[in-house]
Every structure is written in structure tokens, then in C-alpha cells.
Design a protein around this ligand. Structure first.
Ligand SMILES: Cc1ncc(COP(=O)(O)O)c(C=O)c1O
Length: 467
């Protein structure tokens, strides 16, 4: 064999030890820490095997049976299998629903939906980012259009009630009447309650708008049938596949087929979403599909049909509720007063801690979470809360009693952050400096991190053992 072929067949640990060491460090970080970022999960070994398979090598622009390249007979079968499983998992009739499994990830999927359905500078309405929506739901600020979805489309946000933290559907209805959107988005990145899809549908109907549900965060819970499904009321549904669904980093778009409505003359008006959405994905926005990811989705969907997956999702919610109860018992305020899903939004204002400090100290003790705005926050740059999720911890096997321990770690970390603030004063740079330089605090942080590491290591990670 030539040396070229040899190096092509070397393991990464032999061919590129410098990179491999970094991969191993990341693996160690994942194993030693508590992953509480609500949008993350640990995918399974079969999904990782699909991702690193030969499917990665193949170009297959187009859809099954209509490709721009040859050699796609097996790729076609894989994509069709994935589509079939996607419809089966969400209990959808193929006469009424179709699915595109090619989007590279959630953001391109959402842009494809708007590109397909809404004309340039047409109007969309989504939950505001600081209120729990996603960037791709049209986010912009007073001074800047941040997301492409607000640059190429005109977006108007709807909000949560600052007192209850719950979506203000009445205000949405009023704004929609004035703004007349072409499409309303029902979807969240940080909202701990189930959405009222029926109400969304009514508001969409009052304005002749499409209802587009982005169930990225909750698609695993929906698949398991433990929270209301958006499909009954939506025209289009998108989801990432790597969050609660626990598949590869990718996305899917479901679209309705068949009769949309009956007009005044009694004639049936049929949906024309299928071609528009398929063409927006390719050739509109993407090129060749990531076939390794599509295979990963297919195998994750198969897993999601099992009783074990349903048990997992139930445990995710029980763990989130236990986390919520535990934090409330420690005196923390939880936005909306509880959770129905996989995440908890903690309002730290009454505890006298900022979101950034909480995130920083928790990171230092190996607990990963993210700072987040809470209803009523004045500045999105200095948010007052943290978002905590349980999907990843639950994948590692944590149960309610383990969550009690996690609450204790978080509480101790947050108390420590208050002590540091007393010394550092209000500025975040000073807070970070004191944390880095003050020996007493350094010792306390190290001690707590050791405890978290020791606890965390007792829970296995799925995937390859070493990388
Ligand atoms: C509701 C929602 N939609 C879309 C996305 C975008 O997904 P991605 O990060 O895969 O582009 C996210 C990501 O967090 C999300 O929470």
C-alpha cells in the first residue's frame, strides 16, 4: 500500500494526535461536568456511527428518485426510510402530511419555511427572543435587524405577560389584526409551559395566516406523546433533531398536503406547500443533503418509537419538575411558577445575582447552563436569569434523587457568587478577576468543582468510550 493510502486509513489518534487530544479533552469535560443547557443532549452510539459512515461521501442533490447525480439507489432508500419513520413517529397520515428531512439544522430549516411561504418582505410574527422565542423567529432590536429572518422578512414580535411570564395570546391577537402577518410562529427556545396551539390556530385563521410551529425544543416530548402535539392545528412544523429528540445535529420540516379550506363558492382549496418547501430547501438555500445526518435522524426516529424513549421523556419532565421544586425550596423564583416541559427559567433578581455571574460561577464548578432574559428585564445584554434543562442529564441516567444533589450544587454555587459579589462590587470584570485571584474563593470553587466532577463521573455517557 502506498503511504498515501496508509495515512487515509489511520485512526485519528495516530494521524492527528494534536487534534485528538482536544477531542479527548472535550470528552472529559462532557463526562466530568453537568450539562444543563436545555437545547443539548447526548446522542446515541448508532447515531454517531451513522454520522461517521460512508454515507458522508455521497452527493445527492434533489429528492429520492429525482437526483442530479448517479449512484443514489441506496441513498434514496435511506431518505425514504427516514421520511416514513418521521411521519410514523408523529402519527401522521401520509395523505395529509409530507416531510423534508434534508435541512442542515434548525436555522436553515426555518429560513427555508419563510422563503417558501412568505414573499420577500412579507410579514411574520414570532415570540420575541427576550421572551423565550428563537433568533430565527424574526429577531431584531430597536437599532439592528439581527437575524436574516428580520432582514429579508418584516417581523413583529409578540410577548409574554411580564407578571405571569405566560404568552399574552390576547395581545398577539390584537397585534396580528393590525399587522396582518402571512405566517405566525408558535415555538420557543425558553418557555416552560405547553403552547396553546388551538389558540394560535384561531388567531392565524382570523388573519388568513399560516400557522408554523417550531417544536425544536420539545419534539422528543411530542414524539413520546407526553405534551400536546402541534400537528393537529399547524400548517407547517419544523424541528431540530438534536435536542430532546436526541438525534444528530440536523432538522426536518413537515408540511400539510390535501385540502386547506373550502372557499365561498364551495370549492376546495388545496395546500401548495410541498413543492414550495422542497424547493426552498434545495435548490433555494442548500446544496447536497448530509446523508450521514439523514441516516442518523432515521435511526434516532426508530429509537423514539420505543417504550424506553417514552420513559426517558417522562423522566426528563419529572427531573425538570424536581429541579424546579428544589430551587423554589431554596428560595429562588421560577418564571411562570413551574414547568410542564424539560426546562426551568430561574429569575435571579430577588436573589441579588445576575444571569452572567450565575452562568460564570456555575461554569467554574462544571455546571453548564446559560444566562437568559426573564420577563421584565430592562437589558437583553445583562439578563437576570438562567435557563436550566434536564434532557442531557436524564440521558446519563439521573433520577429525581440525583437532581436533589444537583440542586444542592447549584445553590452552593449561587451562594458563592453572592459572596464574591460582596468583594468585587457590581462589575462583571471585577467579579471574574476576584474569582480568579482571591485564594479563599479559588479554594471554595475548586472544592465544589471536585465534588461536582466526582458526582458527574458516576453517570455514563452514551457514544464511543474514548472520543
Ligand atoms: C426553537 C428553535 N428553533 C430553531 C433553532 C435553531 O437550531 P440550530 O441551532 O440547529 O440552527 C433553535 C436552536 O436552539 C431553537 O431553539
Amino acid at each position: 500500500m502506498s503511504s498515501d493510502v496508509l495515512s487515509l486509513n489511520q485512526n485519528v489518534w495516530d494521524s492527528d494526535p494534536e487534534l485528538f487530544e482536544l477531542i479527548q479533552k472535550e470528552k472529559k469535560r462532557q463526562l466530568h461536568g453537568l450539562e444543563m443547557i436545555a437545547s443539548e443532549n447526548f446522542t446515541s452510539l448508532p447515531v454517531l456511527q451513522c454520522l461517521s459512515s460512508c454515507l458522508h461521501n455521497k452527493y445527492s442533490e434533489g429528492l429520492p428518485g429525482q437526483r442530479y447525480y448517479g449512484g443514489n439507489e441506496f441513498i434514496d432508500e435511506i431518505e425514504l426510510l427516514c421520511q416514513k419513520r418521521a411521519l410514523e413517529l408523529y402519527r401522521l397520515d401520509p395523505a395529509e402530511w409530507g416531510v423534508n428531512v434534508q435541512p442542515y439544522s434548525g436555522s436553515p430549516a426555518n429560513l427555508a419555511v419563510y422563503t417558501a411561504i412568505v414573499e420577500p418582505h412579507g410579514r411574520i410574527m414570532g415570540l420575541d427572543l427576550p421572551d423565550g422565542g428563537h433568533l430565527t423567529h424574526g429577531f431584531m432590536t430597536a437599532t439592528k435587524k439581527i437575524s436574516a429572518t428580520s432582514i429579508f422578512f418584516e417581523s413583529m414580535p409578540y410577548k409574554v405577560d411580564p407578571n405571569t411570564g405566560l404568552i399574552n395570546y390576547d395581545n398577539l391577537a390584537q397585534s396580528a389584526k393590525l399587522f396582518k402577518p402571512k405566517l405566525i410562529i408558535a415555538g420557543i427556545s425558553c418557555y416552560s409551559r405547553c403552547l396553546d396551539y388551538k389558540r394560535f390556530r384561531e388567531i392565524a385563521d382570523e388573519n388568513g395566516a399560516y400557522l408554523f410551529s417550531d417544536m425544536a425544543h420539545v419534539s422528543g416530548l411530542v414524539a413520546a406523546g407526553i405534551i400536546p402535539s402541534p400537528f393537529e392545528y399547524s400548517d407547517i412544523v419544523s424541528t431540530t433533531t438534536h435536542k430532546t429528540l436526541r438525534g444528530p445535529r440536523a432538522a426536518m420540516i413537515f408540511f400539510r398536503k390535501g385540502v386547506r379550506s373550502v372557499n365561498k363558492a364551495g370549492e376546495k382549496v388545496v395546500y401548495d406547500l410541498e413543492n414550495k418547501i422542497n424547493q426552498a430547501v434545495f435548490p433555494g438555500l442548500q446544496g447536497g443533503p448530509h446523508n450521514n445526518a439523514i441516516a442518523g435522524i432515521a435511526t434516532a426516529l426508530r429509537q423514539a418509537m420505543t417504550p424506553e424513549f417514552r420513559n426517558y421523556q417522562e423522566q426528563v419532565v419529572s427531573n425538570a419538575q424536581r429541579l424546579c421544586d428544589g430551587l423554589q425550596k431554596c428560595g429562588y423564583k421560577v418564571v411562570t411558577g413551574g414547568t410542564d416541559v424539560h426546562l426551568v427559567l430561574v429569575d435571579l433578581r430577588s436573589a441579588g445575582i445576575t444571569g452572567a455571574r450565575a452562568e460564570k460561577i456555575l461554569e467554574d464548578i462544571s455546571i453548564a447552563c446559560n444566562k437568559n432574559t426573564v420577563p421584565g428585564d430592562k437589558s437583553a445584554l445583562n439578563p437576570s436569569g438562567i435557563r436550566l434543562g434536564t434532557p442531557a442529564l436524564t440521558t446519563r441516567g439521573l433520577k429525581e434523587q440525583d437532581i436533589d444533589k444537583v440542586v444542592e450544587f447549584i445553590h452552593r454555587g449561587l451562594q458563592l457568587s453572592k459572596m464574591v459579589t460582596k468583594v468585587s462590587g457590581p462589575k462583571l470584570v471585577d467579579f471574574k478577576r476576584v474569582l480568579k485571584e482571591d485564594d479563599t474563593f479559588l479554594q471554595k470553587v475548586n472544592q465544589l468543582r471536585k465534588e461536582v466532577d466526582a458526582f458527574s463521573q458516576t453517570f455514563p455517557l452514551p457514544g464511543y468510550p474514548d472520543y
